[in-house]
Design a protein around this ligand. Structure first.
Ligand code: ADP
Ligand code: MG
Length: 250
């Protein structure tokens, strides 16, 4: 299903993606690209279509039209596990850990699910436990974790398949200020290692701090894409978030 990539187009690229659910236009003609070694922020009010886009990029949903390209290969119709084996990983907005398994086991099982041997998966897990400061929690059951730790394990798990690109759907939701600072550091490390990161979050400080570019969706359409400075200073953004009613959506 996956052909060999054309070397010139290293990026995770979405072109002209449109998706409706029974008359609700969740996404209309959305295009964006995540390049290796960069962080693209994806922001917008609730219902803007952010999670729908992540589902389409990761293969949990299909667009009505448009394409998803992974390093030059059309993966629009590839299954999620095929995408994962080809270097595309995601987190889920709501947990999705195996609650009865330990932190270590959650990472090992995910790594094995992408084709690693048990031995390789354990080595992957040990490395991620260290880099995410999770060693002290390694044998704790996922169901017993405080919220902030659970989010970190979700990200560590996404990285278990050694991805080239990672999609993070509100990974920092519910973290406290200190945890968000550490989380920003982890994201910068991923970028510095050459990963392409798509980061969805409502925490504007986090987004402005770690993103190289920011893509703003409103009601399924692209409002603006630019650098943090360009987006912060745009009148459209203020209008989109304040709306006609003057109340801030989240
Ligand atoms: P966001 O993540 O930006 O909050 P979503 O992508 O979850 O937005 O939702 C975008 C729109 O699509 C919303 O109006 C939502 O109700 C609708 N939607 C998303 N998924 C489905 C689905 N599976 N069935 C019906 N409507 C959906
Ligand atoms: Mg969402």
């Amino acid at each position: 299903m996956i052909e060999s990539p054309s070397p010139r187009s290293r990026a995770l690229r979405v072109t002209g993606v449109t998706r409706s659910f029974a008359g609700v236009h969740a996404l209309t003609d959305v295009s964006l690209a995540v390049e290796p070694g960069t962080v693209l922020g994806l922001i917008g009010p609730n219902g803007a279509g952010k999670s729908t886009l992540v589902n389409i990029i990761s293969g949990y949903d299909l667009p009505d039209s448009g394409h998803v390209m992974l390093d030059g290969v059309d993966i629009t119709k590839a299954k999620p596990h095929v995408r994962a084996r080809n270097g595309l990983a995601r987190t889920f907005q709501h947990g999705h850990l195996f609650s009865g398994l330990s932190v270590r086991e959650n990472i090992v099982v995910t790594a094995m699910g992408t084709g690693q041997s048990h031995r390789a998966a354990v080595a992957t897990a040990e490395g991620l436990l260290d880099s995410f400061g999770l060693r002290g929690r390694a044998s704790h059951a996922a169901r017993s974790l405080p919220h902030g730790v659970e989010r970190l394990v979700g990200v560590a798990r996404a990285l278990a398949c050694n991805p080239s690109y990672v999609l993070l759907d509100e990974p920092a939701a519910g973290l406290n200020e200190g945890e968000i600072g550490e989380f920003s550091d982890r994201i910068r490390e991923l970028r510095d290692r050459g990963l392409g990161v798509l980061l969805i979050d409502h925490n504007v400080r986090l987004i402005l701090e770690v993103c190289d570019r920011i893509h703003v969706l409103v009601e399924g359409k692209t409002l603006i894409e630019g650098t943090p400075d360009e987006v912060r200073n745009s009148d459209e953004l203020v209008e989109a978030y304040l709306g006609r009613s003057g109340s801030v959506h989240r």
